[in-house]
Design a protein around this ligand. Structure first.
Ligand code: GAR
Length: 216
């Protein structure tokens, strides 16, 4: 039996990245076990996907707390009850406090729908088009205190077509997200991926600043 890596997934929305992760764990040889899915929104469709897959779920409403630190402290307590080796942000639309990020240093991954460091924050597909970018994509990175700024693990690059709209770009980027996020999580679970002093390490080698690059 391979050793399993317990993962807690945090999300706020539809959870298509969670679904990709769930699907990737069904191969039989997966070392990833999703111990729980937690959302700040009780009505997030991602929670339903988790329930459908027989995964424990929790909802923690940020509006019930006075301030970010108080919410993050309660969230840490909830997450740590599952004792995960890795915490995966999959469309968790909250800015995390420095204390939260430090607590999970080296075991907190995020996916962002742009080729970081380009287009941090929201509305990334619109902004890529407005900027006239010829390439766009998505990034998986370790989370540090800098918003959307931690060491990159993997990026998938797609060409921007003349006729692209924000919606068509989002759709193609999503396809790539669903490939690279399960891959990065698997690397971590297998002990191949770690956060070193200088950046992300894959198989003990420092990754390039862009992370592992996949061109389409
Ligand atoms: C994904 O596109 C993810 O990259 C983005 O939210 C979406 C969630 O989709 N995350 C961020 O923008 C974080 N800054 P999903 O709920 O279908 O997985």
């Amino acid at each position: 039996m391979p050793k399993t890596c317990d993962v807690v997934v945090l999300l706020s929305g539809t959870g298509s990245n969670l679904q990709a992760l769930i699907d990737s764990t069904r191969t039989g040889d997966s070392s990833v076990r999703i111990a729980a899915v937690i959302s700040n929104r009780a009505d997030a469709y991602g929670l339903q996907r988790a329930r459908d897959a027989g995964i424990d779920t929790r909802a923690l409403d940020h509006k019930a707390f006075e301030g970010r630190e108080a919410f993050d402290a309660a969230l840490i307590e909830l997450i740590d009850a599952f004792n995960p080796k890795l915490v995966v942000l999959a469309g968790f639309m909250r800015i995390l406090s420095a204390g939260f990020v430090r607590h999970y240093q080296g075991r907190l991954l995020n996916i962002h729908p742009s080729l970081l460091p380009k287009h941090k924050g929201l509305h990334t597909h619109e902004r890529a088009l407005e900027a006239g970018d010829t390439e766009h994509g998505c990034s998986v990175h370790f989370v540090t205190e800098e918003l959307d700024g931690g060491p990159l693990v993997v990026q998938a690059v797609i060409p921007v077509e003349l006729q692209d709209s924000p919606q068509s770009l989002a759709q193609r980027v999503h396809v790539q997200e669903h490939l690279i996020y399960p891959m990065a999580v698997r690397w971590f679970a297998e002990g191949r991926l770690a956060l070193g002093e200088q950046g992300a390490l894959l198989d003990g080698q420092l990754l390039a600043a862009s992370g592992h690059l996949i061109r389409n």
